[in-house]
Design a binder for this molecule. Structure first.
Ligand code: M6R
Length: 593
C-alpha cells in the first residue's frame, strides 16, 4: 500500500514538483517518503521514515538536481518503517532507482539467488530485488526498458513500478500489474502517478495503464506497450476534478471537508439514475443478488440487502470480500454480483470480482474513475462523490447508499422512494448547520473506553458504520449491534462507563427500539439518541440527543442519520488530539489481501 509519482520535465527541476505531487498521495501511506532524481551525474536520492513534513523538515526533500525523477510514500508491508526500507530503492552500483506499489510474492527466492551471485541487499523489502535485477540485465547490455521487461518475467505479485537509470537521465520506464498506475500528459512534461490528485496541478490529461502494460516516458512523449511488445494506442482521458477539489479548502481536515461535501456529492450521484435504469434493463432476469465489499462499503451493501429484499423480493446476500471464496460455488448465471468499492482497487474485492465473473453477471459501484474494478466488471455505476482523501469513508458512503437506493427503487418500481432521494441533500444541510451541537456532545465522551451503537432494521447498518468510524479515527472501542440482539449477550457489558448511541428514527421499528433504549438506560448507560425533531421522548429522557428533520422516516434514515455519527467520531478524534485523516495502521486503499 503505497503511492508513487514520477515526472520527466522540460527545463524545470523535478524534485520540488515531485514533493508537491507525492504530498497529495499521503493518504495512500505515510510511514516514510523518498525522492530520487537523475541527471548527467547519475542518480540522486533523499528519503526517510515519518510523515512527509517531518522528513522534509529534516532533509529538504525538494533539494535535488535533475529534471527527471520518481517519488514514493510508503505504507509498510515488508519490513518496518525505516530509512533503509523507504523507497526509492537503489541498485548495488547506484545506477538504477525504483519506486514500487504492490507486493512481490516471490522476492524471497529471488533475493536468495541474487545474494548467491554476490548482490548485496540493504533493506528488508520485497521491492529491492527490482533495481538489482534491472541493473543485472543492464550490465549485460540491455537498455532500461528491456531490462525492466526481463525483470517483470521473473517477479510474481502485484506492482506499479517507476524506474530511472543513470544511462537515461531523461526517461522513466513504468509498469503495472494489479496496482493502480496512470500517466499524466502535460505540455512537454510527463508524469506517472498512483492516483490523479497527485498531478492535477500539472495536467488533467490522463492515460490509464492497463495490467501487463509498460510505459516509456521521455522528452519525445509517452509510449505504452502491451505484454507482447506492441505499441498500444491509448486514449487520453480528461479528468474533471480540479486540483483544488483535492485540497482542504479551509477545513482543518479532509474528513470534515468531505462530511460537508455530502449534500453536493449526492446531487452528482443522483445523475446516475438513467445509467442505472439502462443497466437494470440490460441485466434482465436475476434470481439472486450478492453484494461483495469490505469495511464501509460492506455496510452500504447491508443496507442494500434490506432494501432489495423488502421492496423487490429478490433474495440478497452480503459477503465480505475477504470471505467470498467460500460462497463462490453457489453463484450461477442468474446471480447478479454487486461489488461496492470507493477506490475500485481494494485487493480483496478485486480478487472476488475476478472469481465471480466466471459464472455471473457483475456490477461495480465505484467512486474512482478508471480504477481496476470498473474495468473488470460487466456493468459500472459511478458514485461521483469526487476525490475522498480522509482515510475514513464519509461522502463516498452516502453516495454508495444513494446508488443502492436508486438501484433498489428502480428494481422495485418504487417511484415515490426514487423521488424522495432529491430531498436528502437538504436534510443533510440542516444537520451540518447545527454541527456545533455534536461537537458539544463529543466533548463529554473523549475519555471513555467503549461505546455501543444500536439500531433496528435499516438503522442496524448505520449503527455498524457509526461504530467503525469511531474505532478507526478515535481509537475508542465501538461496537455496532442490532438493537434487539443486545439482550442476547452484550447487555452484560453495559454500565455507566459505556455510552450507547441509539439510532431511533420514526417508523415501524420505533417502539421496539425505544424498549431497547430503556434496557440500556436501566443498566446505567449514558444514552445518546439520534431521532426525530418531533420526538419529545428523546429530548427529555436520555443523557444527550441530536434531532433530525421530522420528515425523515426510517426508510431513508440511513442516508441522513449517519451524518451526526460521522461528526461525533470526527469531533471526538480531534478533541483527543488525533489526526482523523490519517488514523494509525490504516490506509485509504487496501491493495493487499
Ligand atoms: O475502497 P473500498 O471501498 O473498497 O475500501 C473498503 C474499506 O477498506 C474502506 O471502506 C474502509 O473500511 C474505510 N477506511 C472505512 O472508513
Amino acid at each position: 500500500m503505497c503511492g508513487i509519482v514520477g515526472c520527466v520535465l522540460t527545463n524545470r527541476k523535478a524534485a520540488p514538483i515531485l514533493l508537491e505531487c507525492i504530498s497529495k498521495l499521503e493518504y495512500r501511506g505515510y510511514d516514510s517518503v523518498g525522492i530520487s532524481t537523475v541527471d548527467e551525474n547519475g542518480i540522486h536520492l533523499k528519503k526517510g521514515s515519518g510523515k512527509i513534513k517531518e522528513v522534509d523538515d529534516k532533509i529538504d526533500l525538494g533539494e535535488l538536481p535533475g529534471s527527471t525523477g520518481i517519488a514514493h510514500v510508503r505504507w509498510a508491508t515488508h519490513g518496518i518503517p525505516s530509512k533503509e526500507n523507504s523507497h526509492p530503492h537503489i541498485s548495488n552500483e547506484g545506477n538504477i532507482s525504483v519506486v514500487h506499489n504492490g507486493i512481490i510474492e516471490n522476492f524471497g527466492e529471488i533475493r536468495e539467488s541474487l545474494e548467491s551471485e554476490g548482490y548485496i541487499f540493504h533493506s528488508q523489502t520485497d521491492t529491492e530485488v527490482i533495481p538489482i535485477l534491472i541493473e543485472k540485465y543492464m550490465d549485460k547490455g540491455f537498455n532500461l526498458e528491456d531490462a525492466l521487461k526481463k525483470t517483470l518475467k521473473i517477479i510474481k505479485g502485484s506492482y506499479a513500478i517507476g524506474a530511472i537509470s543513470k544511462n537515461n537521465p531523461n526517461e522513466i520506464v513504468a509498469a503495472r500489474k494489479d496496482s493502480p498506475l496512470i500517466i499524466g500528459v502535460g505540455d512537454k512534461d510527463y508524469f506517472i502517478a498512483s492516483d490523479a490528485p497527485a498531478i492535477l496541478n500539472y495536467t488533467k490529461n490522463v492515460i490509464y495503464v492497463d495490467n501487463g502494460e509498460i510505459a516509456i516516458l521521455n522528452h519525445d512523449g509517452v509510449i505504452v506497450k502491451d505484454s507482447k511488445d506492441n505499441i498500444v494506442d491509448k486514449k487520453i482521458n480528461l479528468i474533471e476534478w480540479d486540483a483544488e477539489m483535492a485540497q482542504k479548502e479551509g477545513y482543518d481536515y479532509f474528513m470534515l471537508k468531505e462530511i460537508h461535501e455530502q449534500d453536493s456529492a449526492i446531487k452528482d450521484t443522483l445523475s446516475e439514475r438513467d445509467n442505472i435504469n439502462e443497466i437494470i434493463t440490460e441485466i434482465g432476469n436475476i434470481s439472486r443478488i450478492c453484494f461483495v465489499a469490505c469495511g464501509t462499503s460492506y455496510h452500504a451493501s447491508l443496507t442494500g440487502k434490506y432494501l432489495i429484499e423488502s421492496m423487490a423480493g429478490i433474495p440478497t446476500d452480503v459477503i465480505l470480500a475477504s470471505e467470498f471464496k467460500y460462497s463462490a460455488n453457489t453463484l450461477n448465471k442468474d446471480t447478479l454480483v454487486i461489488f461496492i468499492s470507493q477506490s475500485g482497487e481494494t485487493a480483496d474485492t478485486l480478487k472476488a470480482l475476478k472469481v465471480a465473473k466466471k459464472t455471473s453477471k457483475t456490477l461495480a459501484i465505484v467512486n474512482v474513475l478508471g480504477s481496476s474494478a470498473t474495468r473488470e466488471a460487466d456493468f459500472v455505476i459511478y458514485t461521483r462523490a469526487g476525490p475522498e482523501i480522509g482515510v475514513a469513508a464519509t461522502k463516498t458512503y452516502i453516495s454508495q447508499l444513494i446508488c443502492i437506493y436508486m438501484f433498489a427503487a428502480i428494481l422495485a418500481n418504487n417511484k415515490k422512494l426514487l423521488d424522495s432521494l432529491d430531498e436528502v441533500p437538504e436534510y443533510i444541510s440542516e444537520i451540518l448547520a447545527k454541527e456545533g451541537e455534536i461537537s458539544e456532545i463529543a466533548s463529554k465522551y473523549i475519555n471513555v473506553n467503549d461505546f455501543f451503537f444500536i439500531g433496528r432494521g435499516l438503522s442496524y447498518p448505520t449503527a455498524l458504520e457509526g461504530a467503525l468510524k469511531l474505532k478507526e479515527i478515535t481509537y475508542i472501542h465501538g461496537e455496532g449491534y442490532a438493537a434487539g440482539e443486545l439482550k442476547h449477550g452484550p447487555l452484560a457489558l453495559i454500565d455507566d462507563n459505556v455510552p450507547v448511541v441509539v439510532i431511533v428514527p420514526p417508523g415501524d421499528n420505533y417502539d421496539k427500539t425505544i424498549s431497547n433504549l430503556e434496557e440500556v438506560k436501566a443498566r446505567g448507560a449514558n444514552v445518546i439518541a439520534i431521532g426525530s425533531c418531533a420526538d419529545e421522548f428523546i429530548k427529555t429522557e436520555v443523557t444527550d440527543s441530536f434531532c433530525i428533520d421530522e420528515n425523515v422516516n426510517e426508510i431513508i434514515a440511513p442516508l441522513i442519520y449517519v451524518v451526526p455519527l460521522q461528526l461525533l467520531s470526527y469531533y471526538i478524534s480531534v478533541k483527543r488530539g488525533l489526526d482523523p485523516d490519517k488514523p494509525k495502521n490504516l490506509a485509504k486503499c487496501v491493495t493487499v489481501e
